[in-house]
Design a binder for this molecule. Structure first.
Ligand code: SF4
Length: 228
């Protein structure tokens, strides 16, 4: 699977992750500050998790301060990871329903998780330029997708980051929970509200709603899905 504007985004032999990346000065400085306060935290860009080229690519927003930024693994320790990993396990993408740490033995199959922004942003709010800068890594994951693959965007920012990587106009593919977009070469982009603490506590996103989206994804990929 090749993104429409891949040539414009990908330098030669682009990596999918660089633990030493400091391309976003505001985020790099913030990580330095957090590291001084929490020396035991990861406080580096958080790498994607799961096999590259898997048929499902989940795109989140960014690491949480005391979750993925602390553990160094996507959604691990984040409140949002509770529902995500439980659901991944129920749909046979994850080997365990709970993610605790980078060395807890949990593995993903046929699924990879990446964030639109790989470094912790202040207030969980990355700047548009930071999303654009970090898209160089997301573009590698998108380029590795096999024919017929699915992307699942968790929230509007992830949705828009995916579209930009694909070189597609946002107005043709508006974000909506439960929506699916045929974007290119058999690639389908699914949307869900982000499984954040705010969205789940307010009922904006329920467990049933989230599972319905995964059911659509599983059906698209020709996989069995659990009963409700
Ligand atoms: S957010 Fe992405 S591009 Fe920016 S410094 Fe972190 S890894 Fe690099």
């Amino acid at each position: 699977m090749r993104a429409a504007n891949e040539a414009a985004i990908l330098p030669e032999a682009a990596p999918d992750y660089d633990h030493a990346c400091r391309r976003c000065p505001r985020l790099a400085t913030f990580l330095d500050e957090v590291k001084r306060e929490h020396p035991d935290y990861w406080c580096l860009p958080v790498p994607p998790f799961g096999p590259i080229g898997a048929p499902l690519l989940i795109v989140g927003l960014a690491p949480g301060m005391h979750g993925a930024n602390a553990t160094g693994r996507a959604f691990t320790g984040d409140y949002a990871g509770i529902l995500l990993y439980e659901t991944l396990h129920d749909f046979a993408f994850g080997s365990a329903p709970v993610a605790v740490s980078r060395d807890d033995g949990l593995t993903l199959s046929a699924c990879r998780i990446s964030n639109a922004v790989k470094c912790l942003p202040p207030g969980n709010k990355p700047l548009p330029v930071e999303v654009a800068t970090c898209s160089r890594y997301l573009a590698v994951d998108v380029a590795a997708l096999p024919p017929g693959a699915a992307m699942l965007a968790l929230g509007r920012i992830a949705h828009e980051a995916a579209l930009r990587v694909l070189g597609l106009p946002l107005r043709l593919h508006p974000f909506a929970h439960g929506a699916r977009h045929a974007v290119s070469d058999g690639l389908t982009l699914f949307d869900s509200y982000h499984c954040s603490r705010y969205n789940t506590n307010t009922g904006r996103l329920t467990r049933a709603m989230f599972r319905d989206v995964f059911r659509d994804v599983a059906r698209h990929l020709g996989r069995a899905a659990p009963e409700r």
